[in-house]
Design a protein around this ligand. Structure first.
Ligand code: HEM
Length: 177
């Protein structure tokens, strides 16, 4: 995964839990490639994010799935600051979310050719939208956090439900209200 996923995670941990928590999770996590040192432009194994989140869960008592949602929500806010160009012309959450696969992640791939990105297929029907997520990395909780962050950004509310339909595919159903 791209280094910014790690640097932003550690920034968030410092902000919400303090610098000692950053030191503790880096010391206890299994980080064979990075050895706990990340640069925004580097690329590191996906397993290192999982290991850091597991340690954060152990030290904080918060479940890993909840931590990934909190992180996704936090990261969406950072994306807005870092990539304002992707938000031009976006007026609502459903419109923005349905542009991830065909536009946003396409542009992300141009910036970072080795990015590991999921697939999203969106089907809109009035106040309901289905997002079919496929990724071998299984970052559904992180995706749900990003969706939450997106709704918050556009000042919208929606219920989010999720169903796994195959080994690497889940469907999110968002209902506005
Ligand atoms: C401005 C908006 C966005 C930007 C700049 C962006 C960028 C990125 C980047 C850089 C990665 C990491 C790739 C890697 O480490 O190799 C990523 C992964 C991911 N993105 Fe986005 N993204 C955006 C919006 C979203 C939204 C709204 C969702 C919500 C559903 C989303 C879902 C994901 C997921 C789930 C992954 C993890 C990889 C996987 O599941 O296989 N992204 N994105």
């Amino acid at each position: 995964m791209k280094g910014m996923v790690f640097t932003e995670l550690l920034d968030m941990v410092e902000e919400k839990f303090g610098i000692n928590m950053v030191d503790s999770i880096i010391a206890d996590a299994d980080l064979p490639v990075s050895k706990g040192v990340y640069t925004a432009v580097g690329t590191y194994p996906h397993e290192e994010v999982v290991s850091l989140v597991m340690q954060l869960s152990k030290h904080s008592g918060i479940a890993p799935d909840e931590l990934l949602k909190i992180y996704g929500e936090h990261l969406f806010g950072r994306f807005h600051g870092a990539y304002p160009q992707f938000f031009h012309g976006a007026t609502d959450a459903f419109g923005f979310l349905s542009s991830i696969d065909q536009y946003i992640h396409v542009e992300v791939r141009k910036l970072y050719p080795d990015a590991e990105l999921p697939h999203f297929e969106c089907e809109r029907d009035g106040d309901t939208m289905k997002m079919i997520y496929s990724s071998s990395r299984h970052m559904e909780d992180f995706a749900e956090g990003l969706i939450r962050g997106c709704l918050k950004h556009f000042n919208e509310t929606a219920t989010i439900s999720r169903e796994s339909i195959s080994d690497d595919t889940s469907v999110f159903t968002l209902t506005r209200g």
